[in-house]
Design a protein around this ligand. Structure first.
Ligand code: C5P
Length: 418
């Protein structure tokens, strides 16, 4: 989604300027055209050559260079840009932007740009917390800019506080999300994605779990976010890092997952159940840690756990949708199978009343739990089957939303008609 996008990155004079070199490199690797504009102070920290070597494009610094080219360029940059990110944004530049000053190349470009503006402040926490900086940021936010809150941690002064520039993945996620909100095919949609595995307690320290890492669910959530959807992730136990830029609800058990999922459906356009949900839970979890030789043991020293069936969340979602006339709710299930993938998948699609079922054979080494690739087949409600090759999970997520986006439009047109 960054391919061919024209991104202007404004860099101010803060120590975090060096971190933005990595961001520019990642943006270029993703196929974006990146024009870097440095303030005079930024050049004290990092050179224009660093950025031009990474972007393979000229870097703009001085508005008043003798050729006059930069002065003419600021309007062209403004017209071509899909997004302007200012990172790190210093208190000084934030103040100049808030008051519409245009006394250098960056502030002049900022006035000439109509594309979305992202501002990532980074400075000592006293400067960030200062009422003047906060008032300026509010002013910019009111005018439509998105402020990426600085993170807390150790600052250049050695003090600990809020003021650190977020790491590259967070900045990239914000850029993708902002571009998605401007032009994505899921703008105006609300999607719910479940991810990770459930844990069913045996006693206060033990549980029955599974190998789900959350990678597939998170890839789906990030892709939805990047296409402009308002995205809610309901996450069980995961080993992958939480995706930025999405709303997250954490759950542990299947019953908690069910409650959170059903509560989120009233205004959702799609439910994608990528979570690995336990079909059974321990009927009576022990209140205390079960010890060897304790009363829970059978006479021969063995231990019996009686399991009871969990509700099927997708089936309940279907019933809820039917009972409440949620005709625009598209439901997607996942099937992790170890054998007879196709036959089981088709049966599951019907049983759970799904619009799409994504089936994978988790007995294959490079597919399924904990790995970054997946080999899936897509089963549609009309009987079609689409077999995909082994792909990165991010690519599988892209294809799934490619297929779902038109389905969502059809279904909500249908909803409007009714
Ligand atoms: O029946 P099976 O567990 O294989 O179905 C998998 C699909 O159903 C997944 O999308 C999973 O998230 C969902 N599921 C559910 N409620 C359950 C078990 C699984 O919604 N109790």
């Amino acid at each position: 989604m960054l391919e061919g996008k024209h991104i202007v990155v404004g860099v101010c004079g803060g120590i975090a300027a060096y971190k933005v070199a990595d961001l520019v490199s990642k943006l270029c690797q993703a196929g974006a055209l990146v024009d870097v504009v440095l303030t005079e102070h930024a050049e004290q920290f990092v050179s224009a050559l660093t950025f031009s070597a990474l972007s393979q494009r000229p870097v703009y610094t001085n508005l008043w260079e003798p050729t006059g080219e930069a002065a003419a360029r600021h309007i062209a940059l403004g017209q071509a840009a899909d997004l302007l990110l200012i990172a790190p944004a210093t208190a000084n530049t934030i103040a100049r932007l808030a008051h519409g000053l245009a006394d250098d190349m960056l502030t002049t470009v900022a006035l000439a740009i109509t594309a979305p503006l992202l501002i990532a402040p980074a400075m000592e926490s006293q400067m960030y917390q200062h009422p003047a900086t906060q008032a300026n940021l509010r002013l910019l936010a009111e005018r439509g800019a998105t402020i990426i809150a600085p993170e807390s941690g150790r600052l250049a002064s050695g003090e600990v506080g809020q003021g650190r520039l977020p790491e590259t993945p967070t900045l990239l996620a914000q850029i993708r999300w902002t571009l998605g909100r401007a032009t994505g095919d899921l703008v105006g949609r609300r999607v719910v994605v479940t991810a990770g595995g459930t844990r069913e307690p045996i006693d206060p320290v033990r549980y029955i779990g599974n190998h789900s890492s959350g990678l597939m669910g998170f890839a789906l959530a990030e892709e939805a976010r990047d296409r402009g959807a308002e995205t809610l992730v309901i996450a069980g136990a995961v080993s992958a890092p939480m995706p930025p830029g999405v709303e997250v609800i954490r759950v542990e058990t299947t019953l908690e997952l069910r409650d959170a999922t059903l509560a989120a459906l009233a205004d959702a356009d799609a439910l994608v159940m990528a979570a690995a949900v336990a079909d059974y839970r321990v009927e009576h979890p022990a209140a205390h840690k079960i010890k060897k030789g304790s009363a829970e043991e059978n006479g021969d020293g063995s231990l019996t756990l009686r399991l009871t069936q969990n509700p099927d969340i997708l089936a309940e979602a279907q019933a809820l949708a039917e009972a409440n006339g949620l005709t625009g709710l598209t439901r997607v299930g996942f099937a992790a199978e170890t054998h007879d993938v196709e036959r089981n998948a088709a049966a599951k699609l019907r049983r759970k009343g799904l619009h799409l079922l994504v089936a994978n054979d988790v007995s294959q080494p490079a597919s399924g739990f904990g790995v970054s690739t997946n080999q899936v087949s897509l089963f549609y409600a009309d009987g079609r089957v689409e077999r995909l090759p082994l792909l990165p999970k991010t690519e599988v997520a892209r294809i799934i939303w490619d297929r779902l986006a038109p389905l969502l439009s059809e279904r909500s047109a249908d909803k409007v008609k009714r």
